[in-house]
Design a protein around this ligand. Sequence first.
Ligand SMILES: [Zn+2]
Length: 194
Amino acid sequence: MQPLIDHARGFAGAVAGRRDEFARLGDGQKPEALFISCSDSRVMPALITGAQPGQLFELRNAGNIVPPHRSDASCAVAGTVEFAVRALGVSDIVVCGHSHCGAVQGLLNQSGLSVMPQVRRWLTQAGHGTGHSEVDLDAAVMRHVRTQLDHVRTHPCVVEGVAAGTLRLHAWFYRVTTGEVLANEPGTPNFLPL
Ligand SMILES: [Zn+2]
């Protein structure tokens, strides 16, 4: 932890040369996209996309799970999606899964979740669970990402944005060992190089 603290301690000094750019961030934010990804430490949206401060509105949780819309739910994910679309007016939503994802692994094999009841309960929001015979974790993640994007589509603000042509949706797969990014070909299960 100490190297992280040291870096944070020196951060303001390190960006002193970008003072005007940082000062303008105080005027508000107009991010280009909502980027939904896993909390996994190996996935760094700004590193992958080259995003600068103010460009990406991020939503991260274990397994990049987006529960389907429920009007009576008090849901951090639903609230964040709604804020991004209605208040910030993002034009794009990306759901980005990744290789070696422990959450998707947990969905495939729940035997390791006995000491993590909260994780087990959270994973039930994914909309699919055990019963899939996939031994290829990458394929499971890709299927999982497409399911979460389907869930994104159930949120009323997204329904309206897509219908109006002001909102585009993307399902991505990031390979942590190579940096490759694949994108789902809409209407198919295929993931192709971005
Ligand atoms: Zn993950």
